[in-house]
Design a protein around this ligand. Structure first.
Ligand code: ATP
Length: 408
């Protein structure tokens, strides 16, 4: 089955006097957007004696030619259940991850789920998307939706600092210096293997994200955040996400090694430790590190839990983006991360009269979308099509409108 572009049309805000109303207006000016999606209304036009009838019929013929057999996101399934569910939206840079994540969060909140939307992308754009200041690293209420919606932009730098502090106190240079001073060179060498200092000084892509997600889990462990039944993550671009998947294992192993080493050091220095009176501080740091390790394990488990988590791939209809999505899906499968939906965003709306540029672009997009059908990684996914719109998606009403088109 060939998939053709989404048969939506353009829309824009209504008058400035009611900025909360997001109305749709067909490009043609004589059939409104809701009319196009409603066959009954079209029937009415066709059977009426309206002077625009002839033109409408012509338009309908054009639209029929590009109208897809509509697939939906099966949003009812995403909505069902009051147990907490996590949705992670990821994909290539700039494809619309934030817009899709924010619109999903608004839709959940409007459908009765207290929702938290989290950005773990170091280049945060949630504030821009919601047109509200959501910075600061704490939960900020988003105004507009019917149920509580909070946003959280994790500051990766700050989260990394905390991680560095806990690690360094215990297994980083602090311990190394201490051991060097004690003439325990052999144990100090083992620390070198961990390369933890290097890891923190020049963090690999994904480390920030891993720490950010562990930070979110830390938040969610608190009683006052029990209310959230849907958590939506706006993740960093693909490369980061892929690294992130293997990082919890790596960090778990590293931290595990540090903790074991700490025990060795502790017994080796038991005779002298009291002299320095450092035992209490070290125990405290060790507890912190152990907590961090537990959270890393939770992150790893969370990614793989089919019952509570789903990774939604967002892409655009270009060969490059779809090829990258295919690789992302392969990596996610390898890591046992559940994926069910593929959003193809920014599909050109149909037009009765394409200019040369649009016609070329449309052909390109159709070819790219056809690729999905033949891609072994992507063809089995639920394909959700989202139209390219001619205004920037900013603010809750706009996100609501976009959400109603995507999450059906
Ligand atoms: N369907 C759409 N129609 C029109 N514009 C869109 C659509 N989806 C996203 N955009 C616009 O594209 C730009 C990038 O979108 P967005 O920030 O959501 O992408 P992103 O994948 O999160 O980007 P990054 O990787 O940089 O975080 C924004 O200006 C957004 O308004």
């Amino acid at each position: 089955m060939a998939i053709t572009p989404f048969h939506a049309t353009t829309f824009k805000f209504s008058s400035s006097s009611s900025p909360n109303r997001f109305t749709s207006i067909a490009r043609t000016g004589f059939v409104s957007y809701p009319t196009l999606l409603n066959p009954c209304k079209l029937d009415a036009i066709f059977s009426s004696n309206s002077p625009k009838r002839k033109q409408s019929r012509k338009l309908f013929t054009v639209l029929s030619a590009v109208a897809p057999v509509e697939t939906t996101a099966e949003f009812d399934e995403m909505l069902s259940g009051t147990q907490r569910k996590y949705y992670m939206l990821g994909g290539k840079g700039g494809v619309g991850k934030t817009s899709c994540a924010a619109s999903l969060a608004v839709k959940f909140a409007n459908n009765g789920h207290p929702t938290l939307v989290v950005s773990t992308d170091p280049a945060h754009s949630l504030s821009d998307s919601f047109a509200q200041d959501l910075t600061g690293g704490t939960l900020v209420p988003v105004e507009g939706p019917l149920s509580p919606l909070f946003a959280l932009e994790i500051n990766p730098e700050k989260a990394r600092e905390e991680f560095r502090d806990a690690s360094q106190k215990n297994g980083g240079t602090g311990v190394k210096d201490f051991m060097d001073g004690m003439g325990l060179g052999m144990l100090a060498d083992q620390l070198g293997e961990l390369k933890l200092g290097e890891l923190l000084d020049t963090p690999p892509p994904g480390l920030d994200e891993a720490i950010a997600i562990s930070k979110v889990i830390q938040f969610l462990e608190l009683q006052e955040y029990n209310m959230f039944t849907r958590i939506v993550f706006d993740t960093a671009p693909t490369g980061h996400t892929l690294r992130l998947l293997s990082l919890p294992d790596f960090l778990d192993a590293s931290i595990g090694k540090i903790l074991k080493l700490r025990q060795k050091i502790s017994s080796a220095t038991s005779a002298i430790k009291n002299v320095f009176g450092q035992e209490e501080t070290r125990q405290d740091a060790s507890d912190k590190l152990e907590k961090l390790r537990e959270r890393m394990i939770k992150v790893r488990e969370l990614f793989r839990d089919t019952n509570s988590t789903e990774f939604v791939i967002v892409t655009i209809p270009t060969v490059m983006a779809i090829s990258e999505s295919s690789r992302l899906r392969a990596s996610l499968t390898k890591e046992n991360v559940p994926v069910k939906r593929l959003i193809v965003n920014q599909i050109l709306p149909p037009s009765a009269s394409d200019c040369k540029f649009c016609a070329m672009k449309r052909k390109d997009q159709t070819r790219a979308i056809d690729m999905i059908q033949n891609d072994p990684e992507l063809s089995s996914l639920l394909l959700v099509q989202a139209p390219l719109v001619d205004v920037e998606i900013r603010g809750v009403p706009a996100l609501q409108f976009l959400g109603d088109m995507i999450w059906k």
